[in-house]
Design a protein around this ligand. Structure first.
Ligand SMILES: *Cc1c(COP(=O)(O)O)cnc(C)c1O
Length: 393
């Protein structure tokens, strides 16, 4: 069974394997018994193994135990979950927030909660897979606009508003930071477009903006995320999704917005209702991470200074880093074979930077993520290894 399919995957360099780490997450990790310099993790601020988070987790395991035993709606959650939600709302400048078990669960639960078969979704071509799945589950008509292309988005919305007779909602959905290219959505333009559509649409459609700030939270806007980066205030028609799994170094996710929207999501998101609550200790870790981000702004400035150093070093050795504006840096080196061979050459040199291939992305690339935990020497070592790998090609 599946023998032929697997063989075809192997032949085309598309087979994936699960790689088991034998150490904590960090800038140095152990893979296959060997220590390597790690440029693969989304733990941008080095919080996944932070002593004060581990301490918080231990404390709350003692207080609440480990398993949660039921969904949030059946007392699976704790007062700590509520405290975390209050903190998120404060942090994101919204009235309210609700916690999900993962970013994947947040998108596949929230999107069907806010859009149904009477509604229309406008989704960026390069949105994360969990958004794509959320759109499918919603049964809403979903129109894909070209990546970051505002005029295409506007065309699609205006066309729909003219032909559509129902009174459904229009929902614009975008990643803030695109997870494979490290580029940033033009949220200021999207925001302005939504404002102009609010006042100009001939129909009674309401327009919602749903942003996935998984890679923006803890990274952009002094850690507050993409809206702060663009100097946009939260509005009742904006829903901010984000995760604890990237810069917060933890596990879980959230949706934040107006009181009514969050109450509606809590009542209808199936991934929240029909799934056991996040353990209290995971909520404790995320809560502690928000405080660390506020108490230690130097973590974020170090992240950005390492990122700038790496990008200029890579440019110097002639690398194409695409449209990257964030700590996610793709090395686009041509075909699949050369991408895989560069990633392997780096690994030979003790550096882990994985090759990302279809169907995760259309154009193969080595995906590098820089963190605040990397030293300047680590960055220089990577740039030198990339130079050698490109030369040896
Ligand atoms: C990682 C990611 C998710 C999924 O989050 P998890 O917590 O890992 O399930 C969703 N959206 C984007 C843009 C992501 O990068």
């Amino acid at each position: 069974m599946f023998e032929k399919e697997l063989e075809a995957l192997n032949k085309s360099h598309l087979a994936r394997t699960i790689i088991d780490r034998e150490s904590p997450q960090g800038q140095r990790i152990i893979l296959n018994g060997r220590q390597v310099l790690n440029f693969s993790s989304n733990d941008y601020l080095g919080l996944a193994n932070h002593p004060s988070i581990i301490k918080a987790v231990n404390e709350f395991i003692k207080r609440f135990g480990y398993g949660s035993g039921a969904s949030r709606l059946l007392a699976g959650g704790t007062s700590l979950h509520r405290e975390l939600e209050d903190k998120i709302a404060l942090f994101k400048g919204t009235e309210s927030a609700v916690v999900f078990n993962s970013g994947y669960a947040a998108n596949t639960g929230t999107i069907p909660a806010i859009a149904g078969d009477q509604d229309i979704i406008f989704s960026d071509k390069l949105n994360h897979a969990s958004i794509i799945d959320g759109c499918r589950l919603s049964r809403a008509k979903t129109l894909i606009y070209r990546h970051k292309d505002i005029s295409h988005l506007e065309d699609l919305v205006r066309k729909e508003s003219m032909s559509y007779r129902g009174d459904g909602r229009f929902v614009v959905i975008t990643d803030t930071v695109f997870s494979m290219d490290g580029d940033i959505a033009p949220l200021n333009d999207i925001y302005d477009l939504c404002i102009s559509l609010h006042s100009s649409l001939s129909t009674q459609h309401s327009i919602l903006l749903y942003i996935d700030d998984a890679h923006g939270t803890g990274v952009l806007g002094a850690g507050k995320g993409a809206l702060t980066h663009f100097n946009i205030k939260s509005e009742p028609w904006i829903i901010q999704m984000g995760t604890f799994s990237k810069a917060l170094g933890s596990f879980g996710a959230f949706a934040a917005g107006s009181k009514d929207v969050i109450e509606w999501i809590t009542n209808t998101a199936r991934s929240l209702i029909f799934s056991t609550a996040l353990p209290a200790c995971a909520a404790a870790a995320a809560l502690r991470a928000f405080y660390i981000i506020e108490e230690r702004p130097e973590l974020i400035s170090r992240l950005w200074s390492r990122r700038e150093r790496l990008v200029s070093a890579l440019k110097e050795v002639g690398c194409d880093t695409g449209e990257s504006r964030t700590p996610i840096i793709p090395l686009i080196t041509g075909d699949l074979e050369s991408t895989v061979s560069i990633s392997s050459a780096l690994f030979e040199n003790g550096i882990y930077a994985p090759a990302i291939r279809p169907p995760s992305v259309k154009i193969p690339r080595v995906r590098i993520t820089v963190t605040a935990g990397h030293s300047e020497e680590d960055i220089d070592r990577l740039a030198e290894a990339v130079r050698k790998a490109l030369q040896a090609r």
